[in-house]
Ligand binder design. Structure first.
Ligand SMILES: NC(=O)C1=CN([C@@H]2O[C@H](COP(=O)(O)OP(=O)(O)OC[C@H]3O[C@@H](n4cnc5c(N)ncnc54)[C@H](O)[C@@H]3O)[C@@H](O)[C@H]2O)[C@H](O)CC1
Ligand SMILES: [K+]
Length: 496
């Protein structure tokens, strides 16, 4: 389990260590030393002259940068410190360490340089270090700091952020780093959503000595393979179709045919023992050729949904409602009938739009919205203005409708707890990918998992499928059906 903390807990840890007698300068030297080692490891000299520009803000994040400047200069690097204020304005430990910076280091006040001059200096460097803002950020980046964030993001040079990408704790803008050397804890602000990719490759360093156990409860937990394996369904070799469980799918419409097929394919590839696809004739015609493994129920008229449900409810432990269902009167009738199912259900896509009108469910229910759908269910929601907005939105949805998997980079699962899925990437951002996920969730519910566990296992396997495809074939141009077809290998990694 990867633990993510908010900045307030990390700042509290710093303060606690200092008040228990560890000088703050020792902490800064430790942090700066570890970051300098990262730089030297990432950019080995190999006889080449190496250059760095270190952007230094007014706080201790900049102080860490000054320590790094000394260390790199002593290792033979050509270093420029780019200050957002005059050197005389430096305070605290940063001011102390400034006295020990070798004379080979150049000092520049960024305010005296034009955008072009700053960019030229960045572009001439092997790496630019971002020590502008850390855990002490308040509000959106202002003044020189804001300008330098913009220039850092325009520069071709790779950026290594000190502790966290500057600005990420705010509504933006923030630095898009290639690397982040994180101090004391992984930061929750970098865990999920559009901020997740801002850190680049992250390396975590202790601030002092095993202080991590002095941190309070993490803000978020990252789910890794072993966490998922502990929840995944067990499928003994004597299993028969009934052991695996059946899934009834209400999905698809004349307009959206592929969604239903992909959801069914996801369910089959995630190991469902029986898949019944109830959909319109046009969908079933396509399914007859491409999905010989599924049972097909014609559902041109919404009023037929209740009889389909009563035919299959004893053989299907789980139900999927919504992918490509449409939002017309037929779809509404289907959703109303589906709400009477007393097994476990996952609601996705168009199905989500009916949830506020359906009231409480008779069975166990979970949902898999993306941010747009989630915002509609919450009557409008801004996911961007602060790093914790995604987690807060997911928590609210879970409270209103049932355990929720909020899709997007670093998908969140909110139920009893809130967790981040540590798998997947942009490869998953293709049409039909969410339909495949709904199918996988359905299969996990059919295998007997509770809603939260089903979201975790299916969400992780879906992400892992994306990672495996990326490793083998690249992250772009993959098809949702390829994600589905990769699911068995992912399940093999977590199921025994
Ligand atoms: N002993 C320690 O606490 C250690 C901290 N480490 C590093 O220090 C930072 C946290 O440092 P802090 O001084 O608390 O805050 P910042 O450096 O993030 O910045 C505060 C500084 O910036 C100005 N400011 C705040 N918000 C904005 C804004 N939106 N726009 C412009 N300017 C802003 C504010 O006025 C302050 O002057 C932590 O991340 C670590 O990198 C070390 O790890 C060592 C021990
Ligand atoms: K930073």
């Amino acid at each position: 389990m990867k633990k993510y903390y908010d900045s307030a807990s990390v700042a509290k840890l710093d303060a606690g260590l200092i008040s228990s007698g560890i000088p703050s300068a020792v902490l800064m030297e430790n942090a700066g030393g570890a970051i300098a080692r990262d730089v030297l490891e990432l950019f080995p000299a190999n006889g080449l002259p190496r250059r760095a520009v270190i952007c230094v803000g007014a706080g201790n994040n900049g102080g860490d940068g000054i320590v790094v400047a000394r260390r790199l200069a002593l290792s033979g690097w050509a270093v420029t410190i780019l200050l957002t204020r005059d050197r005389e304005a430096l305070k605290g430990d940063g001011a102390v360490f400034a006295r020990f910076v070798p004379s080979s280091v150049r000092w520049e006040a960024s305010g005296r340089l034009s955008d072009e001059e700053v960019l030229r200096a960045f572009d001439a460097s092997d790496v630019v270090l971002d020590g502008l803002l850390g855990t002490g950020t308040t509000g959106e980046p202002r003044g020189e700091i804001r300008r330098l964030i913009g220039l850092l993001n325009r520069s071709a040079a790779p950026c290594l952020s000190i502790d966290l990408p500057s600005g990420i704790e705010s509504g933006g803008p923030w630095v898009q780093a290639a690397f982040t050397s994180s101090i004391a804890a992984y930061k929750a602000s970098c865990a999920s959503g559009s901020r997740r990719t801002a850190c680049g490759r992250v390396k975590l360093h202790a601030l002092c000595f095993g202080e991590a156990d002095q941190l309070e409860e993490p803000a978020l937990c990252g789910l890794e393979r072993s966490d998922v394996a502990a929840l995944a369904p067990r499928c003994p070799n004597w299993a028969h179709k009934g052991t695996r469980g059946g899934v009834l799918i209400f999905a698809g419409s004349d307009r959206y045919r592929g969604a239903a097929l992909l959801s069914a394919r996801g369910a089959l590839r995630a190991g469902a023992g029986l898949v019944v696809l109830a959909s319109s004739s046009s969908v079933l015609d396509a399914a007859a050729a491409s999905l010989p493994d599924a049972i097909l129920e014609r559902l041109d008229d919404g009023s037929d949904a209740a009889s389909v449900l009563s035919r299959w409810k004893d053989r299907c432990r789980a139900m999927i409602v919504g992918p490509g269902l449409g939002r017309d009167g037929r779809a509404e009738e289907v959703a109303a009938a589906a709400a009477g199912f007393d097994g476990s259900s996952v609601w996705d896509g168009d199905g989500l739009s009916f949830l506020p009108r359906l009231g409480t469910s008779s069975g166990r229910r979970c949902l898999t919205p993306h941010e747009g759908e989630a915002a509609r269910l919450l009557g409008g929601w801004d996911f961007e203005s602060a790093p914790d907005r995604r987690a807060e939105g997911a928590r609210r949805l879970a409270g209103l409708f049932g355990p929720t998997l909020l899709k997007g980079p670093g998908s969140l699962v909110a139920g009893e707890k809130i967790s981040v899925i540590e798998a997947g990437g942009r490869v998953l951002a293709v049409p039909g990918s969410g339909d495949v996920l709904s199918g996988a969730v359905g299969a996990m519910l059919a295998a007997g998992l509770d809603c939260e566990a089903a979201l975790v296992v299916a969400g992780w396997c879906h992400g892992r499928a994306g990672d495996r495809l990326t490793e083998r074939l690249g992250a772009d141009g993959r098809l949702a059906q390829e994600i589905a077809d990769e699911l068995p290998q992912c399940l093999n990694e977590v199921c025994s």
